[in-house]
Design a protein around this ligand. Structure first.
Ligand code: ZN
Ligand code: ZN
Length: 233
């Protein structure tokens, strides 16, 4: 499960672009979120161009996660002729795309069941796990397995779910990609670095990849044993 990143920044850090990721599997281009900066990286991306179909797995509806999804769907439908499937546990995404003027004929919606594994045609296993982020919107992390490796992509989440920490500990999970904050806040919406230091023992930190950074503090993260996602440029 080799996830590639289009960016590594948080919502208010456009310089590092949105922390959206992709991978190719079974001839399809799988996308983890499609934020405001994503389409500018995707329209001429080689893996996108080489794939017959696109599957967009969506964690939640904040703009740094879905801001250019409408453009990707329209471009794929009208210009490159690729079928797009949008996968999410809630149909709020369909209402959002309706309001953006994206015809339902231009994409397929795959409604995933919360906390249940869905198996795509080629055998890719995808499980959306509810995570705590903000009060007014549900958010989901994704547990992904290609049959060889399992990885976890957090979306935006204050905490790492228990089953994910256990998977890191028992070795069943190869890597996790976790939004990480280094800002003090009375109402945290992302996993704080000090929280990650508490729950992830040093020996496991080289399998924890921080993303969604408010500024470039990769050196600090690495000094504590964590990895940092590297965006393609
Ligand atoms: Zn975000
Ligand atoms: Zn968010």
């Amino acid at each position: 499960m080799d996830l590639k990143f289009l960016g590594s920044g948080s919502a208010f850090n456009p310089a590092m672009e949105n922390s959206n990721a992709y991978f190719a599997f079974g001839g399809k281009f799988y996308l983890l979120d499609c934020g405001e900066t994503a389409f500018g990286r995707l329209w001429n991306n080689e893996a996108y161009s080489d794939s017959a179909e696109v599957v967009a797995l969506i964690t939640h509806l904040h703009a740094d996660h879905v801001g250019s999804l409408g453009s990707l769907i329209s471009y794929s439908h009208y210009v490159t002729g690729k079928k797009v499937t949008v996968a999410h546990p809630l149909d709020t995404i369909v209402r959002l795309l309706d309001l953006l003027g994206i015809d339902r004929e231009c994409y397929r919606f795959r409604k995933l069941a919360e906390s249940e594994t869905y198996v795509f045609d080629e055998g890719l296993r995808v499980k959306p796990i509810p995570v705590e982020h903000v009060q007014n919107m549900k958010c989901f992390g994704y547990l992904l397995s290609d049959g060889r490796e399992k990885v976890y992509f957090s979306g935006d989440a204050r905490e790492v779910p228990g089953e994910i920490v256990e998977g890191l500990q028992d070795g069943s999970l190869a890597r996790i990609y976790q939004d990480t904050s280094n800002k003090e806040s009375d109402h945290p919406t992302h996993a704080h670095l000090s929280y990650l230091e508490e729950i992830i023992p040093p020996a496991l930190r080289n399998r924890v990849y921080s993303m969604h950074l408010d500024y470039d503090y990769g050196e600090l993260l690495r000094s504590k044993g964590f990895e940092v996602v590297r965006a393609e440029r």
